[in-house]
Write a protein that binds this ligand. Structure first.
Ligand code: ADE
Length: 241
């Protein structure tokens, strides 16, 4: 997959994109990211991209001209791609949305800054995505979140595919509790079933614990789960124990 990121601060991405799982995915070429500064499209000697709001009000607004020209340039080169604006007004980023988009060969992310976009820029967007109901200083952190979560879904990024499939939200419920050594720590012991080596029992226990956790912590998610007979059985067994 190829992701183009239009931003005023390409330097902000360097650290995040050079480390760990995401850094490896980029080095291996599983994912290619192009950082494009739309400052280059700014007007005049000072490359101006923003201006005061018509009608008054605090903060600066991204002018329609520079960003629209940048988006159109990108749209007209390379593979076809949806243009995605990162804004607090967008649809919420979810694992399902990421999964649907993970089959696309190319995605263009547009990061806003200042108090927002001139409304006329919005017609260039095929989709607007929000991280949640709060306001960030710009779309850069949202773009990093999008790229990181997307990279995990691309074959080869995470060595063990099962590890991605068991992530919270991949198939609905939250992830089950995880434990590692030592088995006794500060008076707390790890569940006996994990030490017994019975893989089918462990798998059933994990499924039930994931469901239980979802019911307690995220009843909204739990209500939307389509539980099959087997899952109800695991849940019942674990509640009886
Ligand atoms: N830019 C500013 N706030 C944002 C949010 N909540 N999500 C995505 N992009 C943003």
């Amino acid at each position: 997959m190829e992701i183009d990121i239009l931003t005023l601060i390409p330097g902000a991405f360097q650290g995040v994109f050079s480390e760990s799982i995401l850094g490896n995915a980029l080095k291996q070429g599983i994912l290619k990211v192009n950082l494009i500064s739309f400052r280059e499209y700014g007007e005049g000697k000072h490359r101006v991209v923003d201006d005061a709001a018509f009608g008054g009000g605090p903060g600066m607004i991204l002018k329609p001209g520079p960003l629209t020209t940048a988006i159109r340039d990108i749209r007209n080169t390379g593979k076809a791609a949806p243009i995605v604006g990162l804004t607090p007004q967008g649809v919420k980023l979810t694992q399902n949305l990421l999964r649907e988009m993970s089959h696309m060969p190319r995605i263009v992310l547009v990061c806003g800054r200042y108090e927002g976009f001139d409304e006329r820029i919005r017609r260039e967007f095929d989709l607007e995505i929000s991280l949640g109901d709060y306001v960030l200083s710009g779309g850069e952190i949202a773009a990093m979140v999008f790229v990181d979560a997307m990279a995990r879904l691309l074959p080869g990024t995470v060595g063990d595919k099962a590890s991605v499939e068991q992530d919270s939200f991949y198939d609905g419920p939250l992830d089950h509790p995880q434990y590692t050594r030592p088995s006794e720590w500060e008076g707390l012991s790890t569940p006996q079933v994990l030490a017994e080596g019975n893989h089918s029992k462990i798998s059933n226990w994990r499924k039930a614990q994931g469901l239980l956790k979802t019911a307690v912590r995220r009843p909204d998610l739990f209500c939307r789960l389509n539980l099959g007979g087997k899952e109800k059985e695991h849940l019942r067994d674990c509640l009886v124990e």
